[in-house]
Design a protein around this ligand. Sequence first.
Ligand code: 3IX
Length: 194
Amino acid sequence: MTRTTEQPWPPLPTEAPERHADAPAAGTDLPSHYAHCFGCGERIEQGLHLRTTACEGVAIRSTFTVTAAHQGAPGLAHGGLLACAFDEALGAAVANLLRRPAVTAKLETEFVRPVPVGTTLHIDAHLDGVAGRKVYVSAEGRLGGEDGDVAVRARALFVQVKLTHFLEHGRPEDLRKIAADPSLLNRRAVELNP
Ligand SMILES: CCCCC/C=C\C/C=C\C/C=C\C/C=C\CCCC(=O)SCCNC(=O)CCNC(=O)[C@H](O)C(C)(C)COP(=O)(O)OP(=O)(O)OC[C@H]1O[C@@H](n2cnc3c(N)ncnc32)[C@H](O)[C@@H]1OP(=O)(O)O
């Protein structure tokens, strides 16, 4: 079987990603983009509660601590939730460093080692290339520390979208909740009208 990481990446010619001039400075802790996001939202009790910090260049670092609510096999993280953690970290890299809204079009994960409950996964995500609206991004997750063993690798294609994407497709009652309480959404993460 061909491993994901043995295939060319990005899969087509791209330009080097340019960090936006107003991207958060390296070392800045990035707030949750949406209070009800399963990946980072503070209002989702059993969510992943990813915490993300901007790094130098076109990179971010996230941490995800696996709890008993995230099990697949006894005492081990569910692979689908690990994929969710990577979707979140990769998306945070795209949105915060380029400051444009984008959605995941394709997400590949490679599970290298089991991730036990109680472990903190340290995820390093970096932008790899841009081709028009397409942004290629990848990440590695290490067990227990920044120098720990790699447990998961992921890479993804994000496609930049207009704000209208969310207004057209989002459930009206959730959009109304945001209108009533704008603090649910971190509007500063991206330029909504570039
Ligand atoms: C009030 C609301 C505010 C909203 C929030 C605002 C801001 C948020 C702020 C900060 C965010 C911070 C952090 C975010 C962190 C995590 C977020 C998690 C992200 C997600 O969890 S998000 C949910 C899952 N995600 C979806 O729900 C997407 C469903 N999907 C679609 O909505 C469409 O499918 C779309 C838009 C992807 C494309 O549709 P489209 O019509 O715009 O464009 P099109 O189809 O032309 O694709 C353009 C080019 O991408 C190529 N392409 C497309 N798909 C491909 C694939 N699978 N493989 C290979 N290439 C592909 C085409 O081949 C073409 O390539 P080319 O240009 O070369 O022809």
